[in-house]
Design a binder for this molecule. Structure first.
Ligand SMILES: Nc1ncnc2c1ncn2[C@@H]1O[C@H](COP(=O)(O)OP(=O)(O)OP(=O)(O)O)[C@@H](O)[C@H]1O
Ligand SMILES: [Mg+2]
Length: 371
């Protein structure tokens, strides 16, 4: 974080991690760019914490190398890696003030008192706790306590900040506030940040680039916009979006995509079996379209989400605006616009063709689509 140093990139080179016979991370290859906010996203048990702990030095690699700012660190002690970590369970010392908690690591490192106090004050200001330095943790809200935990990491002026689900214990409103604060913090200090979560909203809102992990493998490592608009695999498509993309088994023949019962779904030149993906918000009502039965309706206020059943029994979700209420167990007709269709190989899950990303949404090129 020191202003004179360029932000530290993190390189993962053939990184493997096994516990006994269980391989959790099978040979990861990736470059996390210096100064970027990388979110590692994936379902429970996919290896997110394991990967973060390997970067932090809390776990030993089974094979491979990790570089931070070009230096190999896989054999280095955690304290010598230039990192600081924020956990979900941020245990604060209850008998110490906010200042004492923030400055504890500096005290242990025998940083002189005057410098310590200046750094504590600066870190507290960054997380907006400047007026709370003398409080005890018990006199703070959950969000304020989490900010103390973040300040405790920031005060060490790390090159790299690692977060493992730091917002999971907070309520929905507080999580949203903290997302905004973390984004602001990242802009102010510019340290390379790696943030683990299984919450795709956190990933979409915080990340410069998202690494989507599935059973220890990188499914896609790209900007939120690319992940959303051009998912590289059916797994990514089915993980991102609230609700996520619907995936249907279809067959393409003679310019049409059909369900197994022969129902024509959409025009498309694909030949053969495919997984057809479509986002709920892109399904349209169309009196001349495909017949569907509304089997469930979730009213979310601003819009509702309909679960539809199609001719072959498969299900599809559709987001409907507030204008046209649709009753459950009514019959409707829908259209799947050609531009909204994503086709994936049913065997490998890979996209047959990548969708273009709207140009105004493009921040950085993705360069790590696994092959
Ligand atoms: N010490 C260990 N010994 C054996 N297996 C382990 C150990 N630690 C983790 N695992 C296994 O490794 C896999 C990945 O665990 P990890 O904690 O990295 O997942 P995660 O993606 O962080 O999940 P969550 O979102 O639930 O925190 C899991 O299947 C887990 O059971
Ligand atoms: Mg975890």
């Amino acid at each position: 974080m020191t202003a004179t140093n360029a932000p530290a990139a993190i390189g993962l080179h053939g990184l493997r991690k096994s516990y006994g016979a269980t391989e959790v991370l099978p040979a990861l290859e990736a470059e996390l760019r210096g100064g970027e906010f990388t979110v590692i996203l994936g379902p429970s048990g996919c290896g997110k914490s394991t990967l973060l702990n390997c970067i932090a030095g809390l776990e030993r690699l089974s094979a491979g190398r990790i570089t931070i700012a070009g230096r190999e660190v896989q054999e280095a002690e955690p304290k010598d890696r230039g990192i600081a970590m924020v956990f979900q369970n941020y245990a604060l010392y209850p008998h110490m003030s906010v200042a004492g908690n923030i400055g504890y690591a500096l005290k242990v490192a025998r940083v002189p008192r005057a410098e310590r106090e200046a750094r504590i004050a600066a870190a507290a200001r960054i997380v907006d706790l400047g007026d709370y330095l003398h409080r005890r943790p018990s006199e703070l809200s959950g969000g304020q306590r989490q900010r103390v935990a973040i300040a405790r990491a920031v005060v060490r002026e790390p090159q790299v900040l690692l977060y493992d689900e730091p917002l999971s214990n907070l309520d929905a409103k507080l999580r949203q506030d903290m997302r905004m604060e973390l984004a602001g913090l990242h802009r102010r200090i510019g340290a390379t940040s790696v943030f683990v979560t299984h919450d795709q909203v956190e990933a979409m809102t915080l990340a410069d680039r998202i690494m989507v992990l599935n059973r220890g493998r990188i499914e896609q490592f790209a900007t939120p916009q690319e992940i959303y608009h051009a998912p590289a695999t059916a797994f990514v498509a089915g993980f991102i979006g609230a609700p996520a993309m619907t995936l249907l088994d279809v067959a393409g023949e003679g310019g049409w995509l059909r369900l197994s019962d022969g129902t024509v779904l959409a025009r498309h030149r694909h030949q053969g079996a495919a997984l057809l993906g479509i986002r709920p918000e892109q399904v349209l009502a169309d009196p001349a379209g495909v017949p569907a039965r509304v089997i469930y309706r979730e009213d979310l206020g601003a819009h509702s989400v309909l679960t539809l059943q199609l001719g072959d029994g498969s299900r599809l979700q559709m987001a409907a605006g507030p204008g046209r209420p649709v009753a459950a167990s009514s019959d409707i007709r829908i259209a799947l616009p050609a531009g909204a269709l994503h086709l994936f190989d049913p065997l490998t899950g890979r996209a047959f063709a990548r969708h273009p990303v709207p140009s105004d949404a493009m921040k950085v090129q993705d360069d790590a689509i696994p092959s």
